[in-house]
Design a binder for this molecule. Structure first.
Ligand code: AMP
Ligand code: ZN
Length: 460
């Protein structure tokens, strides 16, 4: 298998440390709001990685954290605390916000047919682990306490700081990317533990050797991944925005604490989903689309998965509704072909399995693999039975539930209209029944017909 390693900017032959097992860490969500479909694109990429590894015979120990403390609206220790912002917005406690949005995120994962991580450690359950890592850094001479009492990482002490992001020393010194905080010795230094600061009124606080406070965001990932996966492990993933700050800081922390290099063998980063109009999709901005919004518009969550599968994870992907419509049509047609194959299985087609395996093992070229599934379906030389077993095997990677009837979720308003329309028809109030049908059809996304059980609605 070949994977593109951000550390070397090259595709590399991948061999895990243990012969049959892969240790994988993925940066998880900050649970102060719903995930937007950009976030979800990154998790779809990570799910594909996991599935391709399993397809190639590895057992994957997949750890994904849940960030429920310490993440500020800017990666560079600036701005508001994200959790606090969510709590103020909804007039709830930060703990309630964390619980609610963590659950919503897991539901999104489920709806997109993502495999559940082996472990999902929460940051607030691992404060001790983080304190221990900061203590190790302190003992190894990488930290200092600012005038404000916060504990900082001294990036000038870590020789390879910024190497993965290819940040040169001059750029770091100039502080080009980070507003200079007068407590910092170097512009790129960052907070490991907050004590005083404008976030002093924050609800989540713990005792520490440096005073009561809370951890910086970056320390949670290096501390928890080292705890569950060791001082060295195989793959660490996230979105490309994590390269210059979050992951750069994670490397400095983990390697500075353990003294073992390299901490992670392969770093993989998913490129961004952007809106076609050019706007950035960000959770902290108003213009974000959630998976629920797509469902409310009449799409199956797997339409979005198919949409993501059509492009390579390292390329930027532009979202618009026409593109999603095309993905929906593609998925529906592919499923119809699979469902028409019957239900008896033959034997795997060597030819198609070989080309499919080559594509997915070449740095997850899933778009090409998807093309191969279409070729298989249209190949008159392969029997239906052989097609069925082959496509089922391919779908262990694609995760599109190709041999299952679509179960789509109806928005509550549509459900309400169905009930009202059935009632109107029972009363023989045809005028009202027609009016309701019109309302459903005018929404543009639904087809309405009368079936034996009453009104039947499916997405157009
Ligand atoms: P967050 O919950 O903000 O920590 O982000 C969760 C994941 O989504 C991280 O891996 C980010 O790198 C990633 N991410 C954020 N915005 C986007 C986007 N527009 N497209 C793709 N991935 C994103
Ligand atoms: Zn992380």
């Amino acid at each position: 298998m070949k994977l593109f390693n951000t550390l070397t900017r090259q595709k590399e032959e991948f061999t895990p440390d243990k012969p049959d097992q892969v240790e994988l860490y993925c940066c998880g969500p900050t649970v102060y709001n719903y995930a937007h479909i950009g976030n979800l694109r990154t998790y779809v990429f990570e799910d594909l990685l996991r599935r391709v590894l399993e397809f190639n015979g590895y057992v994957v120990n997949h750890v994904m954290n849940i960030t429920d403390v310490g993440h500020l609206t800017s990666d560079a220790d600036e701005g508001e605390d994200k959790m606090k912002k969510g709590a103020e917005r909804e007039k709830k406690t930060v703990w309630e916000i964390a619980e609610y949005y963590a659950q919503a995120f897991l539901e999104d994962m489920d709806r997109l047919n993502m495999l559940k991580p082996t472990k999902k450690p929460k940051a607030t359950d691992h404060i001790d682990t983080m304190i221990e890592q900061v203590q190790k850094l302190e003992n190894n001479g990488y930290t200092y306490v600012g005038e404000n009492g916060n504990v900082y990482y001294d990036t000038s002490k870590f020789e390879d700081y910024g190497k993965m992001a290819q940040l040169d020393k001059q750029e770091l010194q100039a502080g080009a990317r980070i507003k200079v905080d007068k407590n910092k010795k170097n512009p790129a230094d960052f907070v490991l533990w907050f004590v005083s600061s404008k976030h002093g009124d924050q609800e989540m606080q713990w005792d520490s050797p440096w005073g009561r406070g809370f951890p910086g965001w970056h320390i949670e990932c290096s501390a928890m991944s080292s705890k569950y996966l060791g001082d060295q492990f195989d793959i660490h993933c996230g979105g490309i925005d994590h390269i210059p700050v979050h992951h750069t800081n994670e490397i400095a922390q983990a390697e500075g604490a353990s003294g073992v290099k390299p901490w992670v063998k392969i770093w993989m980063h998913g490129n961004f989903l952007v809106l076609k109009e050019g706007a950035k999709m960000a959770k902290s901005e108003e213009n974000f689309l959630s998976l629920t919004r797509l469902v409310q518009e009449g799409y199956d969550p797997l339409d979005y998965r198919y949409f993501c599968l059509q492009s390579h994870y390292r390329k930027e992907l532009a979202f618009d509704w026409d593109g999603l419509d095309a993905a929906r049509t593609g998925l529906r047609r592919l499923k119809e072909k699979v469902l028409a194959l019957g239900d008896s299985e033959g034997k795997l087609s060597d030819k198609y399995m070989t080309s499919f395996t080559e594509a997915v093992s070449d740095d997850l070229n899933v778009a090409q693999a998807l093309g191969i599934t279409w070729e298989l379906m249209d190949d008159g030389e392969v029997s239906d039975e052989d097609k069925l077993v082959t496509i089922r095997k391919m779908d262990t990677v694609l995760g599109l539930k190709l041999d299952e009837q679509t179960k789509f979720e109806l928005p509550p308003q549509i459900v309400q209209w169905i009930l009202e329309r059935n009632e109107a028809r029972a009363q023989k109030d045809w005028k009202k029944a027609d009016e309701i049908r019109l309302k459903m059809e005018v929404s543009g996304k639904w087809m309405v017909k009368d079936g034996p059980g009453g009104t039947e609605v499916r997405p157009k």
